[in-house]
Write a protein that binds this ligand. Structure first.
Ligand SMILES: *[C@@H]1O[C@H](CO)[C@@H](O)[C@H](O)[C@H]1NC(C)=O
Length: 386
């Protein structure tokens, strides 16, 4: 809910003792960085380049969002976290579902560092094809939410991450999925209901292939389901980042512009954010691109209002590709290794906000520069001059 005008000194005092803005998905930022974790795509079984536990990567101040890959079966449920699954045990009542106390512990660590941890559904190995009816799809959404969302004492669903609660759900359907719209609408409704009754913020994301329409997630994206952000896979396809033509304003293959047009005209959420999805290493996906071409593709995409940052597949590949994350961060106009500043804030102009006054936050459109000596601080939802 947006707030306007000045806050009382008392509220300001309380807000000023809350932690300062942390990393995490920020809808007002153009430099969100999402990196998938869970599939150990670099493929090392041991050693420093094998996928490490989740919390190891949450120490990285450049990474904001970590989708956990994957819940690769939904009806019936199946979880798979590659070598991180070795630290889980199968639930005796359903051996396709892993009980992962270490990941649960790490989700809490990551969330305390401000990271947005979302559960990614499906992936390339999902073969269930969706649901035979809208009702079945809605029941599946209820199940996913009872497994990974807020603890529901009246549900007997198995909880792979115990009482840890993810910050949202990511649709990574890569093959046709019947009744995906009913499934997505129900999940959105569950998130909205939880938020309306005072829970933390939940996010719904999707990771379509770059061609439009995306065969799997397309029906949900086409004006049907409210997504907060999408992480488009600009790889493995002709529309990928490798086909960006440097020095040309018009692009015939690389199609971020098509998605920006989708965001403006067909997305149910008119403020949806688009993350440019790229392979994080030569073996991570078809069309690995780095250096000046990657930087140019990022800058070209940044010109679109809906641009929200970069997604990479995946964490193990990125850590095996020294310097790649820094390239991405630099191309986004940020300084690697530092918590990103707030690039969504326009340069100072107009009136100054007095002490304790609101200077930023979700939905806020007023002045953002504080009267000296105060600085604008707070969370993505509320910032005030302190
Ligand atoms: C598995 O657990 C061990 C022992 O705590 C830890 O060192 C290792 O990083 C974990 N591996 C993964 C992939 O989570």
């Amino acid at each position: 809910m947006p707030f306007f005008g000045r806050v009382s000194p008392l509220v300001g005092t309380i807000l000023s003792v809350l932690p300062l803005a942390l990393a995490g998905f920020d809808p007002s930022s153009t430099s969100n960085i999402a990196v998938y974790w869970g599939q150990n795509s670099f493929g090392q079984g041991s050693g420093s380049l094998a996928q490490q536990r989740l919390a190891y990567y949450c120490a990285n101040t450049d990474v904001d969002i970590i989708p956990l890959a994957f819940m690769n079966g939904i009806t019936p449920p199946i979880t798979n976290f590659a070598n991180a699954g070795d630290n889980c045990t199968a639930f005796p009542s359903d051996r396709n579902v892993l009980n992962c106390p270490q990941i649960a512990e790490d989700i809490r660590v990551c969330q305390s560092l401000g990271k947005t941890i979302i559960l990614s559904l499906a992936g390339a190995t999902y073969t269930q094809g969706g649901w035979s009816s809208a009702d079945a799809a809605r029941s599946a959404a209820d199940l996913v939410w009872n497994m990974f969302g807020p603890v529901n004492p009246s549900s007997s669903a198995l909880r792979p991450f115990g009482t840890a609660v993810v910050d949202g759900i990511d649709f990574d359907f890569e093959a046709f999925t019947s009744n995906i719209v009913a499934f997505g609408q129900r999940l959105r409704q569950l998130m909205d209901n939880a938020m309306a009754s005072g829970s933390k913020r939940f996010w719904l994301a999707a990771a379509p292939q770059c061609f439009w329409p995306d065969a799997a997630n397309g029906p949900a994206l086409d004006g049907a389901v409210f997504f907060d952000f999408i992480m488009i896979q600009f790889y493995n396809n002709w529309c990928g980042v490798n086909n960006f033509v440097e020095g040309s304003q018009s692009q015939n293959a690389f199609n971020f512009d098509v998605w920006a047009n989708w965001a403006r005209t067909r997305s149910l959420n008119p403020d949806v954010k688009l993350l440019l999805g790229i392979p994080a290493n030569a073996g991570a996906g078809g069309g690995y691109t780095s250096g000046s071409k990657l930087a140019a593709a990022i800058r070209w995409s940044m010109a679109f209002e809906s641009f929200g940052g970069v997604m990479m597949w995946d964490m193990s590949q990125m850590y095996a590709n020294s310097g790649f994350l820094a390239q991405v961060v630099t191309a986004l106009g940020q300084t690697p290794g530092n918590p990103p500043s707030d690039p969504g804030t326009p340069p100072p102009s107009g009136p100054l906000v007095p002490h304790w006054g609101q200077c930023g936050g979700e939905g806020y459109t007023g002045p953002t520069q504080c009267e000296p000596p105060y600085t604008c601080q707070g969370t993505q939802w509320w910032k005030s001059c302190v």
